[in-house]
Design a protein around this ligand. Structure first.
Ligand code: NAD
Length: 456
């Protein structure tokens, strides 16, 4: 069995059967058997099934949000927003079956047309930081495009994925179209990656595991989408609304206790504005409400595990340049205070590696050119922000930053309707928005000869 721990109490909240390679093989076989019928479902009916699924999730939204908040240790207000996004995601992609349009291309001798064909059985592997919402970014477009799906949640957070499997069956998804295997990555994830009947792997997780998945997928030429780590820059120019930038910067790192691939954990501040920015930020960090995930007013919960807390702590040794920190409860739970390191050099370990915890590095810069150079001096390229009142500079720097998702005077990264994904070692492919469907379909070209047969 998998013992599922509640990180805010360190107690077991549930036990679920641990799947192994045999369960993966059975789920893939069921998905393979279900594929032909599912891809043949008429577009409007497949759309209706996905809408019913969205409605069924909505009917259980409060319970799902509570399970997620307890299991992942995230504030209930965040958890409610995530479940709302899951519902929105299924509703958005419910529009897709009737909009998977092809093209006609002018050619000699006939008609040439393209089709978007489903891939077959798709294996989805997701992490523990945003368990159900990241799963929905993959499940919804995969099903909408006519694929069948086997989802492997993280071992630490399998509960909402298992709930989704139950809800999907209840909403009328045929047997085998969507199933969940909850087990270790090294066993269940690895089996999905090597399985000859799996056409594609869509993975979200660490860059290290992503490298192994890319290598493993090569032997069967599987399609792969990888959403990996990040070390995003939040670039604050002296001409920005400094109060607004400083008020927004903490939650852009400490949201989800920093366990967010989009965490803007390198805060680049123009040197002239450094003191003003830090003093405005300090007030916000010191009053952050860190505590019980189920309390409506909580802004930050615990880390996911004791191991994660140890790993985060290793980035804040006793001689670290801690500028200021928030507070944590002294009860049981994997707590770590929101911590701001300043000033930090971009070559320091804390600025180079993904900490995946509530630790921010403030890095001063002299001018626009240095800001862009520092922002890009990383192996990652997931997201980033630019704060300035100069519109042309905002656009120049946004274009200059090597990242998949950049926001101006905002720290948002993710919307159901817009593409999300990384440059460089932050990944391959795009999720969400219209582009995700390209990654769950193959493009087929059909030529149909229409010339009259020659007489005689
Ligand atoms: P992880 O890479 O350890 O695990 C992710 C998933 O992969 C889990 O389900 C795990 O069981 C599975 N897995 C582990 N080893 C495997 C193997 N050998 N073969 C197949 N599957 C395997 O990541 P994590 O610790 O769960 O999550 C944190 C990481 O995820 C961070 O690096 C974070 O940046 C990244 N992340 C990225 C995004 C994004 O969209 N770019 C979003 C969230 C998290």
């Amino acid at each position: 069995m998998i013992e599922v721990i509640e990180p805010a109490t360190e107690k077991v909240m549930a036990e679920v059967p641990r799947a192994g390679a045999d369960e993966v093989d059975a789920a893939v076989a069921a998905a393979k058997a279900a594929f032909g019928a599912w891809r043949a479902v008429e577009p409007a009916e497949r759309a209706a099934t996905l809408r019913r699924l969205a409605d069924a999730i909505e009917a259980e939204a409060a319970e799902l949000a509570t399970i997620e908040a307890r299991n992942a240790g995230k504030p209930i207000s965040d958890s409610r927003a995530e479940i709302a996004m899951v519902i929105e995601c299924f509703r958005y992609y419910a529009g897709a079956p009737e909009r998977l349009l092809g093209r006609t291309i002018p050619v000699a001798g006939g008609v040439d047309m393209t089709f978007r064909e489903p891939l077959g059985v798709v294996g989805l592997i997701v992490p523990w930081n945003f368990p159900l919402v990241i799963a929905s970014w993959k499940v919804a477009p995969a099903l909408a495009a006519g694929n069948t799906v086997v989802l492997k949640p993280a071992e630490l957070t399998p509960l909402t994925a298992l709930e989704l499997e139950r809800i999907a069956l209840g909403a009328g998804l045929p047997e085998g179209v969507f199933s969940v295997v909850a087990g270790p990555g090294s066993v269940c994830g690895a089996r999905l990656v090597e399985h000859p009947d799996v056409a594609k792997i869509a993975f979200t997780g660490s860059t290290e595991v992503g490298r192994g998945i890319a290598a493993g997928a090569a032997s069967t030429i599987k399609r792969v989408t990888l959403e990996l780590g990040g070390k995003s820059a939040n670039v604050v120019f002296a001409d920005a609304d400094l109060e607004a930038a400083a008020a927004a910067a903490p939650i852009a790192v400490f949201g989800n206790a920093g366990q967010d691939c989009c965490a803007r954990s390198r805060i680049l501040v123009e040197r002239d504005a450094l003191d003003d920015f830090l003093s405005a930020m300090e007030a916000v960090v010191k009053t952050m409400r860190v505590g019980d995930p189920l309390d409506d007013s909580t802004q930050m919960g615990p880390l996911i595990s004791a191991g994660q807390r140890d790993s985060v702590a290793s980035f804040v040794p006793s001689d670290a340049p801690v500028a200021f920190r928030g507070a944590t409860p002294d009860s049981a739970g994997y707590w770590f205070p929101p911590t701001v390191l300043a000033p930090v050099s971009n070559s320091d370990r804390a600025a180079r590696e993904e900490i995946f915890g509530p630790v921010a590095c403030v890095i001063p810069f002299a001018d626009e050119a240095e800001a862009v150079r520092l922002a890009n001096d990383t192996i990652y390229g997931l997201s980033g922000s630019v704060w300035t009142r100069d519109g042309a500079k905002a656009l120049r720097v946004s274009r200059g930053i090597e990242a998949g998702v950049v926001s101006v005077n905002s720290n948002t990264s993710v919307r159901v309707t817009t593409p999300f994904g990384g440059f460089k070692q932050s990944g391959v492919g795009r999720e969400l928005g219209p582009d995700a469907l390209d990654h769950y379909t193959e493009l087929k070209n059909v030529f149909y000869a229409t010339d009259q047969p020659r007489e005689g």
